[in-house]
Design a protein around this ligand. Structure first.
Ligand SMILES: [Zn+2]
Length: 140
């Protein structure tokens, strides 16, 4: 098999960063992006935030220059799937709260999704919403 010739570093162009990133101390110092190895926070797989991904993330998506990767690609995809399902729940909830507050299946699924997401993000569990769902579930 031919080894990938992907560069492990690429030149940085901080002029393309977001306005907020331009105010960081890295602005004026960052000449290149280098591959950053890390272990996935969820499954501990060896992963790399590649130099090319960094360039794309900071200069095209214009994400904060302080942003780091914590999940491997499959876990990232899964966490996005959970987030999308949670948005569906929120939307259904806003449309038909009255019926759904007695819908055990809906409430249970929503709560499961919130718990599932916590395994993928190491911050901000939505405790208020979990409490609300547990309280509603105890009544149905
Ligand atoms: Zn992972």
């Amino acid at each position: 098999m031919i080894k990938s010739l992907r560069p492990t570093s690429v030149p940085a162009n901080p002029e393309q960063w977001s306005e907020k990133s331009k105010q960081s101390v890295a602005f004026g110092f960052r000449l290149e992006y280098k591959d950053k190895p890390y272990n996935c926070w969820h499954c501990h797989a060896d992963s790399v935030f590649t130099a090319q991904d960094q360039k794309y993330t900071f200069e095209i998506l214009r994400a904060s220059i302080t942003q780091n990767r914590i999940l491997c690609q499959p876990c990232w995809t899964e966490s996005n799937r959970i987030r999308a399902s949670l948005r569906d729940c929120e939307e259904q909830w806003s449309l038909s709260k009255r019926q759904l507050q007695a819908d055990e299946t809906f409430l249970g699924r929503w709560l499961d999704l919130l718990v599932a997401l916590e395994k993928y993000v190491p911050y901000k569990p939505d405790t208020a919403k979990k409490n609300m769902l547990s309280r509603l579930l105890s009544k149905v």
